[in-house]
Design a protein around this ligand. Sequence first.
Ligand code: DHB
Ligand code: FE
Length: 255
Amino acid sequence: MSDRANQVISDILRRIHEAIVENDVTYEEYQAAKQWFIDVGEAGEWPLFGDVYIEHAVEEQAFGNRAGSQGTILGPFHLPDAPLLDAPFELPHRPDEPGDRTRVTGRVTDVDDNPLPNANLDIWQADASGAYSGFMPGPPDGNLRGQVRTDADGRYEYVTVIPGPYTIPLDGPTGRMTAAADWSPWRPAHIHLIVSAEGYEPLVTQLFIDTSDHLDNDVASAVKEELIVHPERADGGLAFTYDFALAPARTPAVA
Ligand code: DHB
Ligand code: FE
């Protein structure tokens, strides 16, 4: 076993053992926990559990001190290969897609405010009822997923609808654990993005809608003040602007 694996695994196990001692955990509770591990696996909820309850600490540790725009968790619902959109840059949606239409505009720059032309924004979000295409019944495959590129001035633009808040599945083991602890199962309404450009660190982030419920108690602990956007009425719909600044790519360590 590597020193690294020995160190990290020993530390996690020691902390679990300490929690058992400090809380006087019983055999009945241990057996219930073991059954719960099995249930999470059978329900396919390990990715969901990890991204809700663990990923935010990893993200903060990895990127908390990075220059440029704030990142936050990736979550379990990204799909690769969303279509690259052409003008008029509207995320694919149903003809009768519910939710307020919103125009999103902004710039992608380096940390010195130099524009980054041809930067890529890979965008995905839930629909107005909080459902992600490809994972939940309701929206068709590819709904509200797409990629856009910045123009020569580093500007981007796309149209979408305001997503709804999302709740982790209440009837699954992660939801049952959340209810058992009397925690809220909700995430506030958010739009996911991965912003990338040649020579820069990809930015995995989310934009949170300021009018959404649950901003102050996101079950996934992923809200950052700098990532809250403020859509305003414009041309019969809503509009907001958000500028992204990318940190330079880390130079790979020379072996
Ligand atoms: C989860 C859902 C999300 O929409 C998200 O952004 C992060 C995590 C989840 O259910 O695990
Ligand atoms: Fe999400």
